[in-house]
Design a protein around this ligand. Structure first.
Ligand SMILES: Nc1ncnc2c1ncn2[C@@H]1O[C@H](COP(=O)(O)OP(=O)(O)OP(=O)(O)O)[C@@H](O)[C@H]1O
Ligand SMILES: [Mg+2]
Ligand SMILES: [Zn+2]
Length: 341
């Protein structure tokens, strides 16, 4: 055995210990406030974010799970109707869910207008003249509102990748946009939009509203970029397209200065018998799991098994969620309550 080999082995063992294949690092981190769960359509974002939230609820005072996917499916996963206000998940004393739509032409403006005692609608039409300002405003306002609610930690079940990335990159884009906007002659703009804004808003009022939005967005931005406070958890499945998209997602998040420490690899097939289909799928998946092991040595990569049934309802989600903290042992297959019926 050469010295070099010994050294390498020691280092690798050390690294491996640092990145155990669970989400325990997230559960243990007291400063963590925002957890975004994202990935390609159908890989298991909702199932994973519900499971992360269930595990967090065991160790944190209060947890809020928010769906920002217009195709809300927290209600489906928990089998309980949620609204745009936080409501307790049945069976939990401290786990809340809400479903919001960050696109301003849906739920959000009403939300904002209420908070501002009305009058913002006119302003919003003016603000629409800056691309992205409307959506970013709704998103930032929602984050601000949620922040004021004083939950220990907030988990986001996001829309499929493209939409989420756009939303997350708006704060920095907008920061520049608003700076430009403020540099412009506001009275000139004011006369252009005078009809929209109406006589009750002076340029000073508009200016101060823009400043306050800018402040909110800056605050959101600072939090997003702080790895002690915010982290993004990509969810993927062991297939070519998903691996490729995860790699791109991580690169884009890195560009946005967003922290990524955990990756969830979902729907892994563990053949239980000689079934040819399961073995073929498993062999195909293994190729990508091995690639991920090489690519993501510096991440906590958590492998989740493909179960025989859909994972819906608190009992099933709770069983599944345990596998985020204690690695799955294929010799002890998971039995979901629904499978017993
Ligand atoms: N490991 C798993 N084993 C068995 N079923 C699973 C697993 N992960 C997810 N599912 C099921 O697959 C379906 C899709 O999962 P989920 O809704 O979590 O995906 P998603 O990424 O949120 O989808 P969308 O992009 O449509 O929001 C659900 O019916 C869920 O119960
Ligand atoms: Mg979903
Ligand atoms: Zn099979």
């Amino acid at each position: 055995m050469s010295t070099t080999t010994t050294t390498t082995t020691t280092t690798n063992t050390g690294d491996f210990d640092d990145y155990e294949p669970t989400i325990n690092n997230l559960l243990e981190k007291d400063t963590l406030k925002w957890i975004f769960v994202g990935g390609k359509g159908g890989v298991g974002k909702t199932t994973t974010s519900c499971s992360i939230a269930i595990q967090l609820a065991k160790v944190k005072e209060s947890v809020l799970l928010i769906s920002t996917d217009p195709a809300h499916n927290l209600s489906d996963a928990f089998g309980q109707k949620f609204t745009k206000h936080p409501s307790l998940v049945n069976g939990f004393p401290n786990l809340f869910c809400m479903e919001i739509d960050p696109t301003p032409d849906h739920d959000a403006p009403e939300f904002i207008n209420k908070q501002n005692g009305g009058g913002l609608m006119d302003f919003q039409e003016l603000a629409m003249s800056i691309p992205g300002v409307d959506e970013a405003m709704s998103f930032a306002e929602v984050m601000k509102l949620v922040q004021d609610m004083k939950f220990s930690v907030i988990v986001f079940d996001t829309a499929p990748t493209g939409h989420t990335l756009r939303l997350l990159s708006i704060p920095s884009l907008l920061d520049k946009g608003i700076a430009k906007f403020m540099d412009n002659n506001l009275s000139g703009l004011f006369s252009t939009f005078g009809n929209v804004v109406g006589s009750e808003h002076s340029p000073e009022q508009i200016n101060s509203k823009i400043s306050s939005i800018k402040k909110t967005i800056e605050e959101v931005n600072i939090q997003f970029k702080n790895p002690d406070v915010t982290t993004f958890v990509p969810v993927c499945i062991p297939e070519f397209l998903s691996l490729y998209e995860t790699e791109r997602l991580i690169q884009q998040l890195t560009k946005l200065d967003m922290d990524v420490q955990n990756i969830i690899v979902n729907q892994i097939v563990y053949p239980e018998n000689e079934c040819g289909l399961c073995h073929a799928r498993s062999k195909m998946q293994k190729k990508y799991i091995d690639q991920m092991a090489d690519l993501y040595m510096d991440f906590h990569v958590t492998k989740m098994p493909l179960l025989k049934a859909e994972i819906r309802g608190v009992p099933s989600l709770t069983i599944f969620s345990e596998l985020l903290t204690v690695p799955y042992d294929p010799s002890k297959p998971v039995v979901l309550p629904t499978e017993n019926q």
